[in-house]
Design a binder for this molecule. Structure first.
Ligand code: F0G
Length: 352
């Protein structure tokens, strides 16, 4: 078996790097494209549904694709430190790749609004974590100012190498399916990933690897849906804390992706997100974080409002692993029963 070498080596010819770029990789990418046969059977029998499970990346989210490239380029230019604002996953990824690169990492997160697993990752990897009394958009404003100095590299998706790395997600989906899907559905927060996927599909078509392009469908949370409403949301709120963003950095690119692909953007409620989160875990056996489930929630809604023809191939990107946010999963489930350590008590508890 030939070992997967990470997105930079595997997609080298599509990326802005050369032989002298020091490659910082944790062998990210090569994530499973899971046929969602159980969900499709139950909810959308006419559809071929696949889940691109980005939770299988080394730090448990899609951010690793872009972080590998951003951190490699930071080393190449001689940066002395990495910095980002984050709803959690970017900081976990920056912390891991920074550790591998031997660079200090400074992260700003909104206090009390980052899922536990993500915070634990940033801390475990030795990043300096600052919680601000504010939201992600405010944190991003601050890190943009602090990273003016060339020695501190901003690794949010404003960094062009982040999107370059993340576009490999679309290339992998195309390789795995052998074609582009008809529809590709993604949760949208800072709007970088949907923009990156669209770029990936377009470049793959130019290279002759695929012949058609998908429609890009973006899904935001109802209380944090600036793209849906066409205006900044000052105080975004959603249980899906990863996408609790009111003023996305890649706004223009995401709108472009939707327009060029004849796609659309819409929002789903927190209840719809939690329902999709449970369906994925309990019907398909795939545990993702709440923000990721927005893509399935979006598909459920899309299926209600429009006709999806027989044989349509749809990919939902599940952006992050369920273990990132154990609190939400626990709250949505009944308390485990506690009984004495005896066969009879267990049997009675299980009503066997
Ligand atoms: N899903 C998850 C799990 C995320 O962590 C994010 C973004 C998104 C979806 C949205 O992707 O921003 O490219 O539109 N998380 C960022 C972070 C903002 O700081 O970790 P996007």
């Amino acid at each position: 078996m030939i070992m997967w070498r990470g997105v930079i080596e595997e997609f080298r010819k599509f990326l802005p790097i050369d032989e002298s770029t020091p490659v910082v990789s944790l062998c990210e990418g090569n994530t499973p494209l899971i046929p969602a046969t159980c969900l499709a059977k139950q909810l959308f029998p006419q559809i071929n549904l696949y889940l691109k499970f980005e939770g299988a990346n080394p730090t448990g989210s899609f951010k690793d694709r872009g972080m590998s490239l951003a951190v490699s380029k930071a080393l190449e230019k001689g940066a002395q430190a990495l910095m980002c604002a984050s709803t959690g996953n970017t900081s976990a990824s920056a912390a891991a790749y920074g550790a591998k690169a031997g660079l200090p990492v400074y992260v700003l997160v909104p206090m009390g609004k980052v899922a536990l697993g993500k915070l634990a990752q940033a801390m475990a990897h030795g990043a300096t974590v600052i919680q601000i009394e504010g939201n992600f958009d405010q944190a991003l404003g601050i890190v943009k100012e602090l990273s003016q100095d060339d020695s501190i590299e901003l690794v949010n998706s404003l960094n062009p190498y982040r999107l370059e790395g993340q576009k490999t997600g679309a290339m992998e989906v195309s390789d795995q399916l052998g074609v582009a899907p008809d529809l590709h559905i993604l949760p949208v927060g800072n709007a970088g990933n949907i923009s990156a996927y669209w770029r990936g599909y377009k470049e793959y078509r130019t290279a002759g690897q695929i012949h058609a392009l998908p429609q890009m469908i973006g899904v935001q949370a109802e209380g944090a849906a600036p793209l849906v409403h066409g205006r900044v949301v000052e105080d975004p709120q959603t249980i899906a804390t990863a996408i609790r963003i009111g003023n996305p950095a890649s706004w223009r690119l995401a709108v472009q992706a939707m327009e060029e692909s004849n796609g659309r953007i819409f929002d789903v409620s927190d209840e719809e997100i939690l329902h999709a989160h449970a369906l994925l875990a309990q019907v398909e056996g795939v545990f993702c974080e709440p923000a990721s489930a927005a893509s399935l929630a979006g598909l459920v809604k899309l299926n209600q409002v429009s006709h999806l023809p027989e044989g349509t191939t749809i990919v939902c990107t599940l952006t992050g692993h369920g273990l990132k946010d154990p609190d939400t999963a626990m709250k949505a489930s009944p308390e485990p029963l506690t009984v004495k350590a005896s066969r009879d008590d267990v049997s009675a508890a299980l009503r066997l």
